[in-house]
Design a protein around this ligand. Structure first.
Ligand code: HEC
Length: 683
């Protein structure tokens, strides 16, 4: 904690020395950005993941080939690049930013914010993965770091322009989402509300100088102490002593700037803990959780909000894409927000008023609500879905959502939205210790839920790509996709939809019918969305191949074996990827190691609370981290301690668990040996 204080003090002192002229407020971005560029996470201000370019189209996409590729040496590159003026920029892993020549793939510069050396970084790295995206404006590339800095790097040469610490009021949180440029400011939220008591907020900083412009809190604080706008307006929709839990509502991914109304649209998170009976025991809507909130870009004052899940008691949130478009509704063009969040309903919202424009349709299997009332905007909630009186309920969609942060794309040309959809159920039930439940119990995700009764079985998840007509609120077409998690989507003016998949391929489909027209073997699973842009009169498609999951997949992209790469395609290009080098993975064992059941039980408890999100459920890794059964490190107590307790691998993405006692570390070693031996014996 002291690290933050020192940092804030030093930064304050440094800013005081900046000459006044350099602090001039940037009212409007001065640089003209062209439709050839992909300059924001969602392509441009509309956030639709759509490029109007049509040189690559249905008639010639079969000739699309690899123009160049770039190997990325990091632990996680589930991240989306940008392209501006012939340069491709991307941030990966611990926010290392790279600039490449878009025509050749030649590296122009790289900037490393050295996250592992930052104070307290090891603690922030106990959850979250690499960064998912960056922002660009006025010759600067903006990125956030896991331990909470927002940095601006000069696009020309990769030197640091400014840096601020934004987690000064959220010490347990981390950042992996992309910043947003909105007029003269850059806005950043954060994630981690599932891991620690967090009160969500977003902060805006001057684009040119990094000077703090305003901060807006998503949930109220303690009304006896806090007098900010949110506490004054929203505390009456909460009950009990929610501020002791933080409340949640983190804005961890999606934000969009609407230049027409000068509004920033935020997608807010769910509550902390998930279970409302603990968080806000007397009920209430719990504003502004699970909402889209419009803030005035200059002042940070709330203009309107639309809450998709009043009184949220699940893991649904609104961190999924917020797109801006014009749709013809009842014969009239309407400026709308399009949004398909985790909860499985597709929302079309008026950009000026925040009111529903038509009745939301279900784009996936949903059983928590029958429908959403068009007049009131409120869902008609199935009472059983609130898992009352200790009764379990199998909730659809599951916590990962009918649609997660894998980008959807909307094409103004077809009028359709292309959504990577998942369908699965998950048991929700109150914990036995609801009365004395405390976030200090050390659960890796502080849900406030109980363990699912073993007799309730749920089907394995299925996934598909759904083309949705938001004006009619109905499905246009759907195609099945492999396994559970697949990549984000790109739509283009060439009437094409591109998606990277878990199969290790990137495919192009006809935007009007879903027919597959092209595919390329990327040699790796893909989660991030492709982008498209034009340089020197030529259209390119770029995607980053990298895969991570907390569960085993089919195929399972091993952490060490997978090739994380940026791939760029152009018509007529004939490039080939080098043949994959087989990597030998074997379960390790030390026959002299005697597993102590009691010690292994301690280790199992810790593993399931702290490690499985990266190293895999049941210690079967899914690409987010090495499979510990195959690691030589736990065989050596000293090496294990230096990784876990001393943070020896922090620069490679493994956090520091200096909170674990010697007994707990020993327990983990016994549990790892136990799982390794069980695996060997099962073969
Ligand atoms: C947020 C993700 C994350 C969490 C949580 C996490 N790890 Fe890791 N861990 C990693 C990554 C990524 C690496 C690989 C670093 C590298 O490339 O060398 C790693 C590496 C390791 C290694 C070294 C493996 C090897 O063969 O090099 C061990 C041992 C390990 N972790 C144990 C644990 C244990 C035990 C826990 C829980 C207390 C844990 N980790 C929690 C991400 C995580």
């Amino acid at each position: 904690m002291t690290g933050f204080v020192t940092r804030a003090f030093l930064l304050g002192a440094a800013l005081a020395l900046v000459p006044l002229a350099a602090c001039k407020q940037a009212d409007q971005p001065t640089e003209a950005l062209s439709g050839d560029d992909w300059y924001a996470y969602g392509a441009d201000d509309n956030g639709l993941h759509y490029s109007a370019l049509d040189e690559i189209n249905q008639s010639n996409v079969a000739d699309l080939g690899l123009a160049w590729s770039y190997d990325i040496d990091t632990f996680d590159a589930y991240t989306q690049p940008l392209e501006v003026g012939g340069v491709v920029y991307f941030g990966a892993g611990l926010s290392v930013i790279t600039a490449l020549d878009a025509k050749t793939g030649e590296q122009l510069w790289q900037y490393d914010p050295k996250v592992a050396e930052a104070p307290d970084a090891g603690t922030h790295m106990r959850a979250g993965w690499g960064i998912r995206g960056i922002a660009y404006r006025n010759g600067k590339v903006f990125a956030a770091t896991r331990e909470g800095r927002l940095i601006a790097v000069n696009a020309k040469d990769g030197t640091l322009a400014w840096s601020v610490q934004t987690l000064d009021e959220a010490p347990g949180a981390y950042i992996t989402g992309p910043p947003l440029v909105a007029g003269g400011v850059v806005v950043i939220g954060f994630g981690g509300a599932d891991y620690s008591p967090v009160r969500g907020y977003v902060t805006a900083y001057d684009l040119n100088t990094g000077k703090k412009a305003w901060r807006w809190y998503v949930v109220p604080g303690n009304p006896a102490v806090d007098k900010d706008e949110t506490t004054l307006e929203a505390a009456k929709t909460w009950t009990g002593e929610w501020w002791k839990f933080g409340g949640g509502g983190a804005v961890y991914h999606a934000m969009t700037y609407d230049p027409k109304y000068d509004k920033i649209l935020l997608g807010t998170g769910n509550g902390f803990p998930w279970n409302q009976k603990i968080r806000s025991p007397g009920g209430g809507d719990n504003l502004y959780l699970a909402s889209i909130v419009a803030l005035d870009a200059k002042t940070g004052k709330r203009a309107w909000h639309y809450q998709t899940n009043p009184g949220i008691t699940w893991d649904f949130n609104n961190a999924m894409d917020i797109g801006l478009t014009t749709l013809e509704i009842d014969g009239k063009p309407r400026d709308v927000v399009v949004h398909a969040p985790k909860n499985g309903f597709y929302y079309v919202i008026d950009r000026k008023t925040g009111k529903l424009v038509n009745a939301p349709g279900k784009f996936a299997k949903v059983n928590w609500a029958e429908k959403v009332d068009l007049a009131t905007g409120r869902p008609e909630i199935n009472p059983e879905a609130l898992y009352p009186d200790g009764k379990p309920f199998v909730l659809f969609p599951f916590p990962a959502g009918a649609h997660g942060v894998q980008a959807m794309a909307h094409s103004p040309k077809t009028g359709l939205t292309y959504i990577p959809v998942m369908e699965a159920g998950r048991v929700h039930i109150d914990p036995d210790n609801m009365k004395e439940w405390s976030p200090k119990l050390g659960m890796f995700v502080n849900t406030g839920l109980g363990a699912p009764p073993p007799d309730i079985k749920t089907d394995p998840p299925v996934s598909k790509l759904v083309a949705w007509d938001p004006a009619k609120q109905q499905k246009a077409w759907e195609v099945p996709t492999p396994n559970t998690f697949n990549g984000g989507v790109l739509a283009t003016g060439g009437n094409l939809v591109f998606q990277g998949q878990n199969s290790g391929e990137i495919v192009a489909l006809a935007a009007d019918t879903g027919k597959q027209l092209w595919s390329f073997k990327a040699q790796n699973g893909i989660l991030s969305a492709p982008i498209s842009y034009r340089v020197g009169g030529k259209q390119y498609v770029t995607v980053i191949a990298s895969y991570r999951s907390s569960f085993a997949n089919q195929p399972n992209w091993d952490y060490r074996e997978q090739k994380r790469r940026l791939l760029t395609f152009a018509l007529g290009a004939k490039g080939k990827l080098p043949d994959p080098v087989p990597y030998k993975l074997e379960v390790q064992d030390d026959p002299t190691f005697v597993v102590d059941e009691a010690k292994a039980a301690i280790g199992g408890g810790i593993y399931n609370q702290n490690c499985n999100i990266c190293h895999g459920a049941g210690m079967v890794a899914g690409g987010a981290a090495p499979d510990l059964r195959m690691s030589p490190i736990p065989l050596d107590a000293a090496a294990f301690r230096s990784v876990l307790h001393d943070g020896a691998l922090m620069a490679r993405g493994m956090g520091k668990f200096d909170n674990l006692s010697d007994e707990e570390l020993e327990g983990l070693r016994h549990y790892i040996r136990q799982r390794a031996r069980e695996t060997k014996e099962a073969k």
